[in-house]
Design a protein around this ligand. Structure first.
Ligand SMILES: Nc1ncnc2c1ncn2[C@@H]1O[C@H](COP(=O)(O)OP(=O)(O)OP(=O)(O)O)[C@@H](O)[C@H]1O
Length: 259
C-alpha cells in the first residue's frame, strides 16, 4: 500500500515503509501503518509475522534497516526507548516480568518515577493507576503472588504510570481465560475514552473485533490488509494467511453467544 495514502492529519503514530532485516531474514518488510489519535488500532497476524519486531522499532528498542517512524508529528526513528517514554510512548511486553520482591504499589511506582521525582507523588499516581486496572485491593501484595491475570494488569499499570499518550499493548490478553478477558476489555476501552491512543497486538480475535476501530494485518513482515475488524476478518487474504476458513462466521456466532 503506498505510504502517502495512509497519513491523515490527526495521526498519533505513522510507520512509513519500515523494513527490519536480521542477517538474511526480513522480519518487517516495507510496512506502513497509521494510528489515528484517540483510536484503538489492532495489529494482527500469524506467529513470526513481525508484529513484536515492529513494536520494538516503534518504541525505540530496535533501529530499523529502513523507513521512518513519526510519533505525534515528529520523526522519532532514531530516538532511544527512554526518550520515547518521556515523549509519551508506553509499551507493555509479551513476557511480563514484575519485580517479584516488590509489592504491587512499588512496582507501579517505578513507572511513575518517570514523571514524578518525589516518592509521595509517585506513590499517589501508582495507587490511582493500580486501582484503575482493578488492583486497588492488592496494593500491598507481593507481585510474585499475583495470578497470570493479575500480572497482566500489573504490566498495564506499570506503563500507565508513565502517563503515555500512545500505548502499545503486546498481547495483554494472552493466557487469560474468557471471563478474565471479558473483565479487562472495559479497562482498555476506558483508557481510550480517557484520551490514550492504543495500538494493540492481539491474537484473541473476539477482543479485536470488540475493541478495535481499525486493524492492520501483518504476514511475513508485510501489511497485507487493513480496515475495520469486520472488513479484515472477511478479507480472503487474511483468511488464507492467518484466520482460516469460516473465521467471520465463527466470530459472529461467538458474539451472538456473548450478547
Ligand atoms: N533479534 C532477532 N534476531 C533474529 N531474528 C529475529 C529477532 N527478533 C525476531 N526475529 C525473527 O523475526 C521474525 C518476526 O518475529 P516477531 O517476534 O516480530 O513476530 P510476531 O509477529 O511478533 O510473532 P508472535 O505472534 O509469535 O509473537 C521471526 O522469524 C523471528 O524469529
Amino acid at each position: 500500500m503506498p505510504a502517502a495514502d495512509i497519513a491523515p492529519a490527526a495521526t498519533m503514530l505513522y510507520v512509513e515503509n519500515v523494513t527490519m532485516r536480521f542477517g538474511g531474514l526480513t522480519a518487517v518488510d516495507d510496512a506502513s501503518l497509521n494510528v489515528p489519535k484517540g483510536s484503538i488500532t489492532g495489529l494482527i497476524g500469524p506467529n513470526g509475522a513481525g508484529k513484536t519486531t515492529l513494536f520494538s522499532i516503534v518504541s525505540g528498542f530496535l533501529k530499523p534497516t529502513g523507513g521512518r517512524v513519526s510519533f505525534d508529528g515528529a520523526d522519532v526513528t532514531h530516538l532511544p526507548a527512554h526518550e520515547l517514554a518521556e515523549k509519551g510512548l508506553g509499551r507493555t511486553f509479551q513476557i511480563v516480568k514484575p519485580f517479584a520482591g516488590l509489592t504491587v504499589a512499588e512496582n507501579v511506582a517505578v513507572g511513575a518515577f518517570l514523571r514524578h521525582r518525589h516518592r509521595a507523588d509517585a506513590e499517589t499516581v501508582a495507587e490511582r493507576v493500580a486501582t484503575r486496572v482493578g488492583l486497588g485491593d492488592r496494593l500491598d501484595a507481593p507481585a510474585a503472588r499475583l495470578t497470570v491475570a493479575g500480572r497482566k494488569r500489573l504490566e498495564l499499570a506499570k506503563v500507565l504510570a508513565t502517563e503515555p499518550k500512545l500505548l502499545l499493548l503486546d498481547e495483554v490478553l494472552a493466557g487469560l481465560n474468557p471471563s478474565e478477558v471479558r473483565d479487562i476489555l472495559p479497562v482498555i476501552r476506558g483508557l481510550r475514552d480517557d484520551g490514550i491512543t492504543i495500538l494493540m497486538i492481539e491474537h484473541v480475535m473476539q477482543a479485536v473485533v470488540s475493541l478495535c476501530d481499525r486493524v492492520f494485518v501483518l504476514a511475513q513482515g508485510a501489511v497485507i490488509a487493513s480496515g475495520t475488524p469486520r472488513e479484515v476478518v472477511a478479507d480472503p487474504r487474511v483468511v488464507e494467511a492467518y484466520l482460516g476458513k469460516g473465521a467471520a462466521a465463527r466470530l459472529a456466532r461467538a458474539e451472538a453467544a456473548d450478547a
